[in-house]
Ligand binder design. Structure first.
Ligand SMILES: Nc1nc2c(c(=O)[nH]1)N[C@H]1C(S)=C(S)[C@@H](COP(=O)(O)OP(=O)(O)OC[C@H]3O[C@@H](n4cnc5c(=O)[nH]c(N)nc54)[C@H](O)[C@@H]3O)O[C@H]1N2
Ligand SMILES: Nc1nc2c(c(=O)[nH]1)N[C@H]1C(S)=C(S)[C@@H](COP(=O)(O)OP(=O)(O)OC[C@H]3O[C@@H](n4cnc5c(=O)[nH]c(N)nc54)[C@H](O)[C@@H]3O)O[C@H]1N2
Ligand code: SF4
Ligand SMILES: [Mo]
Length: 716
């Protein structure tokens, strides 16, 4: 018997609605279920049937013969044996207890990766576990992704009613993001919900698109103006845009008079960034710099926003600051009477005033023991995790839970990451497959996969281009001894006798909880109660959209567009010749190329290449190169190339492309394995072996340079 059930995809964060066919076999004692087909839902008002190649492989992902279905425990000889979840939790809890007794709670850390972000109740319960044992050592992939979105927003100040909406943008300035592949965009930008159709409609209504990207990305191919910036030089280019706008008085003077501070200091700090200077440094046309500034300032509506590209290059907090400053000085905020495009249903906040939230400390979190850096609100900095494990002394991390992540291939500085993971007294990895990280674990716990659990679209709730909400129950009966993150942490909390405080109260740890109950506890303070979300799912609720109200009469906070550290860093960038001086051992003559990151449609970071329908698209992360560069270096398509950075070396498989600027190599990340002699044609290349965490990191959020990495390349 086959039954069709409605749900949404969670392979990535985009939450595309799906109808899945479940085959139900009733011949045994217990009915068994198997997913056999997956398709988009044509009449969904938000997605209109859109899905991508990854989502369409969910059946193969769930049915994969090598999918882990029972916990594994590492034996002393390095092999793994199957165990039960009860035995695993008993042993893990007792080891956690001894670690806390011996070293204190900070020694117990967790890392939430991409696989757990798509699981809406994973992170709340992980955070609750940390609160219950009083450990600040909560790490996520945000701090190896785009932490500057948060740190810049804190330092600059934010607008309570948000930046303007994409749906009525007249101009969009997209800086190093590519939602046509990544299904991801910054606030006010193009999102991954049916992105091709949404972009086409925006262009039809006359929206102008400016793209800053060293490669003619899929998004850039639709641009009215494409600026192929030299990787790592975005701060220079953005300072140039701010300069032109202020020189030509194209900013929103009325808005600035009321809401912006330090405009004269900003004017002075960016004055040296003339179109000619910027053009030379960024290797773009001076006329295009002026044209981009004028096109953006003309608006009248639309925002500038950034993605992973420039957020992984040098000076990322400064880069983001200048981007948000473009929005601030052009007054690109939602005004009184405007309506927010997304529903923000899962979080508190029915009232949004048209006023500034005061600038504050950009790094207010727990101090690290390393580099004098401090954490972000509620979380520590992942680029420092390896050192927090290796550095002896009070607070040293001794135990790590990896929740849906793959540090061995995703973290900057691969060799130090591996050294650190091997140094742990307890490493627990929650993943359904044997990744290079799981290979190092003491325990690997397989989770229930997406179709086997209830969820809400946490990442998209603030990003949908309409007040749309969805919810899914579990639509497939799990088959195996598998535990979601929340069940792992609830099991340990139960054994330790610690609490799991959530917005709705302490989650019972007596075994009575289920996914839906955890959803109720986790999103208890949302605008829309969970009970209503379940009823009203897969619907756009225009009637519930948030309407912006007037500012408080005495509202006095203003955007801080030129705080002292921004002015200082602009002066430093001015003295640099290229975006790479901040890396120790950099030498312009030795490392003339820049290796930049990109996403590939058929994989999600390290996930996907084990699925046959996706592996068919490609088994390696090619090193895409400019055709003239290849000719000069006598490199042909398919040749192996040796890529060397100041701190590491890898081998890649070259492939020519006519969309890449000279001097640039474009490669996706999180491929390859933990050994240094991998079969790169079939496993891919771990580009993070080229990254260092010792220099070049952002002075505020510690973000390492993971794109725009200076490298040399030769035929291997
Ligand atoms: N298919 C697919 N989708 C994904 C993912 C995936 O792996 N595959 N990963 C998910 C994750 S974890 C995230 S965070 C999002 C990220 O989503 P995006 O930020 O949209 O990521 P990318 O598609 O890599 O786009 C980054 C762009 O920046 C450009 N770039 C690189 N370096 C620089 C630079 O120095 N300056 C400028 N201006 N541009 C630069 C690259 O050429 C690329 O076009 O995507 C998510 N979605
Ligand atoms: N050089 C360079 N480095 C980068 C980047 C870059 O662009 N360049 N990108 C960075 C970014 S943006 C990110 S977000 C990180 C990604 O870093 P990570 O999130 O650590 O890496 P992923 O490969 O996404 O790991 C996700 C894991 O979750 C597992 N998984 C999938 N579904 C589930 C599930 O339902 N439950 C559980 N428990 N596990 C599941 C998958 O099998 C996979 O092993 O990498 C960063 N590193
Ligand atoms: S974009 Fe693809 S992988 Fe992401 S949710 Fe939609 S179908 Fe799934
Ligand atoms: Mo990410």
């Amino acid at each position: 018997m086959i039954e069709s059930r409605e749900t949404f995809c969670r392979f990535c964060h985009a939450a595309c609605p799906l109808e899945v066919d479940i085959e139900i076999n009733t011949s045994g004692a217990q009915p068994k279920e198997k997913v056999v087909a997956v398709r988009g839902i044509m009449n969904d008002p938000m997605f209109e049937g859109y899905t991508c190649i990854k989502g369409r492989q969910l059946a193969d992902q769930h049915n994969a013969p090598d999918r882990l279905r029972a916990p594994l425990q590492r034996n002393t000889d390095g092999t793994f044996s199957e165990t039960t979840s009860v035995a695993a939790l008993d042993d893990i809890a007792s080891r956690v207890q001894s670690i806390i007794a011996k070293y204190g709670p900070r020694a117990v850390a967790s890392y939430t990766g991409t696989g757990a972000f798509q699981n809406s109740i994973s992170m709340p319960v992980t955070q609750a576990f940390h609160a219950g044992i009083d450990s600040p050592s909560f790490y996520t992939s945000i701090t190896i992704d785009q932490p500057a979105h948060l740190t810049s927003r804190l330092r600059l100040g934010a607008w309570e009613a948000g930046w303007q909406n994409f749906r009525d943008a007249d101009v969009l300035l997209a800086i190093g993001y590519n939602p046509l592949v990544s299904s991801y965009g910054p606030s006010g930008g193009l999102q991954g919900t049916n992105p091709f159709v949404r972009l086409r409609r925006a262009k039809e209504r006359g929206m102008k698109l400016i793209v800053i990207d060293p490669r003619k990305s899929e998004l850039a191919s639709f641009a009215d103006l494409w600026l192929p910036v030299k990787p790592g030089e975005d701060p220079t280019l953005l300072a140039g845009l701010v300069n032109v706008i202020l020189q030509e008085n194209l900013h929103d003077q009325e808005f600035c008079a009321r809401w912006v501070n330090q405009l004269d200091d900003l004017r002075a700090a960016v004055a040296p960034y003339t179109p000619e200077m910027v053009a030379a440094r960024c290797e773009v046309n001076a006329d295009d710099v002026v044209a981009a500034a004028r096109m953006f300032a003309a608006g009248p509506k639309g925002t500038a926003g950034t993605g992973t590209g420039p957020n992984m290059a040098a000076h990322s907090t400064l880069m983001e600051h200048l981007t948000l400053t473009l929005n601030a000085i052009c007054g690109r905020v939602n005004r009184e009477g405007d309506v927010l495009e997304s529903g923000n249903f899962l979080y508190p906040g029915d009232t949004r005033r048209a006023q500034v939230i005061a600038p504050s400390d950009p790094a207010p979190g727990t101090p690290h023991r390393i580099k004098g850096l401090r954490g972000m609100p509620g979380e520590m900095l992942t680029p420092l995790l390896a050192e927090e494990i290796l550095e002896p002394g009070e607070g040293q991390v001794r135990c790590l839970f990896v929740c849906g992540g793959n540090p061995v291939v995703a973290f900057p500085d691969q060799l130090k990451t591996i050294e650190a993971l091997k140094d742990l007294e307890l490493l627990v990895v929650i993943d359904h497959r044997m990744t290079p990280t799981a290979e190092l674990a003491h325990y690997v716990i397989p989770p229930r996969l997406e179709l086997e659990r209830a969820d809400v679209p946490t990442v998209m709730d603030r990003r949908f281009a309409a007040p749309y909400i969805s919810y899914t129950p579990a639509v497939l009966q799990p088959d195996g001894d598998m535990l979601s993150e929340w069940e792992v942490f609830a099991g340990i909390a139960q054994r330790l006798g610690t609490r799991l405080p959530l917005p709705g109260g302490d989650l019972p740890v007596d075994g009575s909880a289920n996914d839906d109950m955890v959803l109720d506890y986790s999103f208890a303070k949302g605008r829309m109660p969970m009970s209503e979300i379940r009823e009203k799912r897969s619907t756009i609720h225009e009637e519930l959209a948030v309407k912006v109200v007037a500012a408080d009469p005495d509202a006095s906070a203003r955007f801080a567009v030129a705080p002292a550290d921004v002015v200082d860093e602009l002066a430093v960038v001015l003295t640099e010749q290229t975006g790479a001086e901040v890396i120790a051992g950099f030498d312009a003559a030795r490392f003339p190329f820049r290796l930049i990151s990109r996403r590939l449609k058929h994989v999600l970071n390290s996930l996907g290449r084990e699925i046959p329908g996706l592996a068919r698209v490609g088994t390696t992360n090619a090193a895409y190169m400019n055709l003239d560069d290849m000719k000069d270096l006598d490199i042909a398509d398919g040749d192996l190339v040796r890529i060397t950075s100041p701190s590491g070396r890898v081998v890649g498989v070259a492939e020519g492309s006519d969309t890449i600027k000279r001097g640039v190599i474009s490669m996706s990340h999180s491929w390859g394995g933990a050994t240094t002699d991998e079969d790169v044609r079939n496993q891919g290349t771990p580009t993070n072996r080229l990254c260092t965490i010792d220099s070049g990191y952002d002075p505020i959020n510690g973000m390492a340079i993971q794109s725009a990495i200076p490298v040399a390349v030769i035929k291997a």
